[in-house]
Design a protein around this ligand. Structure first.
Ligand SMILES: Nc1ncnc2c1ncn2[C@@H]1O[C@H](COP(=O)(O)OP(=O)(O)O)[C@@H](O)[C@H]1O
Ligand code: SF4
Ligand SMILES: [Mg+2]
Length: 323
């Protein structure tokens, strides 16, 4: 099947330091990240804070500039698209943020917020408007009678439902969910995850589902991509990656899940994630990897097939991750 989103070798760096005697430095926060999302597919993106997840989300939505060897969405070349075409395409590519309160205008009723999204793309104008607004509320499990309320009158979980309704309003093909449930209590997290899973089924929407929490990501994803310091460590079918991780970093993330911790096979992450300003040579994970050997510093491990349709960037095949 042709990918809806196809990103080849995405790189992103930020300038660091002041211009002056030593010139400007560069901090590379994404290196050679390639990914595809098929129509209706959920790709989960997981990694510790600072690993570059949000940067990928913003880069594929063209909210920030980046370098890549190719980036297409629904047949459009995102690296060459005109700003007028990009504005039109924005209808099809939406984002839901972690903090719905910060992204909802406190002075606007829910009706005004949703109407603004529809007006931008001239959708459901005139008489069709009221029915569409009510349908959107019902779609996300909110009472249509609440349309004229303000964001502060809702709970965190309800506000996130409003954020989802706003994204859905324009009938997108693709939504980036960036830590969309991370700020919610666990029981509310499950409700919102179920809602997203249902909507993905009923509307056939593709998701790039970003979270630092592997247990959340695996719940909703078809495939999972594991990031560390802006590099892909492992990517493949969600079950393979989660139940039989082949990369030590993935195995460490799995070990950190409370429900699955088995004392005999725990892999603990020691130490801090290094600064992207001074990434380790060779395998970027080697300063924290319990399986590191001198050869791990010699070169950057290539992503290579590691069974069950997955790829991993690790030179060793003889690690035991407790399976
Ligand atoms: N505007 C920016 N300027 C400089 N550095 C940034 C900027 N945005 C993000 N970064 C850096 O890029 C890296 C990746 O950030 P981010 O994509 O937000 O990670 P994540 O979402 O996985 O927590 C971090 O080291 C972060 O400090
Ligand atoms: S290449 Fe070496 S350091 Fe990197 S994950 Fe594999 S074993 Fe660990
Ligand atoms: Mg983030």
């Amino acid at each position: 099947m042709t990918a809806l989103l196809d990103v080849k070798s995405l790189n992103k760096h930020y300038p660091v330091g002041r211009k002056g005697l030593f010139g400007k430095g560069r901090m590379q926060v994404l290196r050679d990240v390639s990914l595809t999302v098929a129509p209706g597919e959920v790709l989960g993106l997981v990694g510790e804070s600072g690993s570059g997840k949000s940067t990928i989300g913003k880069a594929v939505l063209r909210l920030i500039d980046s370098d890549s060897a190719g980036m297409t969405f629904d047949g459009h070349d995102l690296t060459r698209i005109s700003s007028a075409d990009l504005r039109r395409l924005r209808k099809d590519m939406q984002i839901i943020f972690q903090d719905p309160y910060a992204s909802l205008d406190p002075r606007k009723t829910i009706r005004a917020t949703l109407a603004e999204a529809l007006d931008t793309h001239r959708l459901h104008m005139g008489d069709a408007r009221q029915a569409r607004l009510e349908a959107l509320m019902r779609m996300v499990g909110l009472n249509p009678d609440f349309l004229d309320r303000y964001p502060h009158e809702f709970s965190g979980g309800q506000r996130q439902r409003i954020g989802i309704a706003r994204a859905l309003a324009v009938e997108p093909k693709f939504i980036v969910c960036d830590e969309a449930v991370s700020a919610l209590d666990v029981s509310i997290q499950a409700q919102v995850l179920n809602l997203l899973a249902d909507l993905r089924q009923s509307q056939g929407i593709s998701l790039l589902f970003i979270s630092h929490d592997l247990s959340v990501v695996r719940y909703i994803s078809d495939r999972i991509m594991v990031l560390y310091l802006g590099r892909v460590m492992e990517v493949g079918p969600a079950d393979a990656v989660h139940f039989a991780p082949q990369h030590p970093y993935t195995a460490a993330l799995v070990s950190a899940e409370p429900s699955l911790a088995r004392s005999s096979s725990r892999i603990r992450l020691e130490g801090e994630i290094p600064s992207p300003l001074t990434p380790p040579s060779g395998c970027v994970f080697r300063t924290r990897c319990p399986f590191a050997i001198p050869a791990c510093g010699a070169g950057v491990p290539e992503l290579r097939p590691a069974g069950d349709g997955r790829l991993k960037a690790c030179i060793r095949d003889d690690i035991s991750t407790g399976e």
